[in-house]
Design a protein around this ligand. Structure first.
Ligand SMILES: [Zn+2]
Length: 109
């Protein structure tokens, strides 16, 4: 399961950065185009956090909307799937947002 390994690395990174302190809250940015299910991450996060300093931490998930730049005319358009067509007719798009998956913030006790 994809989400399990992602949640595992998130817990690992948080535990390392906490340096022995207890982690109280983690804010995660998940791109809308990353094909990662926030609810699955939430579930896996609790499983992975068990018996670590991250156990019991609140997980906040911020879903980042997808966006792309048209390489033909330079327009920026919103996407909810990782492909699309610009108003100018071009399908030559460069994704500029929505694929990220990163820890935005972490609070320790
Ligand atoms: Zn265009």
């Amino acid at each position: 399961m994809h989400e399990l390994s992602i949640a595992g690395s998130v817990v690992e990174i948080c535990a390392q950065q906490a340096q022995g302190a207890r982690v109280r809250r983690v804010t995660l940015e998940i791109g809308q185009l990353s094909a990662v299910m926030p609810e699955a991450i939430r579930f896996c996060f609790d499983v992975c956090a068990k018996d670590t300093v991250v156990e019991g931490a609140t997980l906040d998930i911020v879903v980042m909307p997808g966006a792309a730049r048209c390489l033909a005319c330079g327009a920026t358009l919103a996407l909810d799937v990782p492909f699309g067509q610009c108003a100018c007719g071009s399908e030559n798009l460069e994704l500029i947002s929505g694929q990220q998956l990163k820890i935005r913030q972490m609070e320790v006790v």
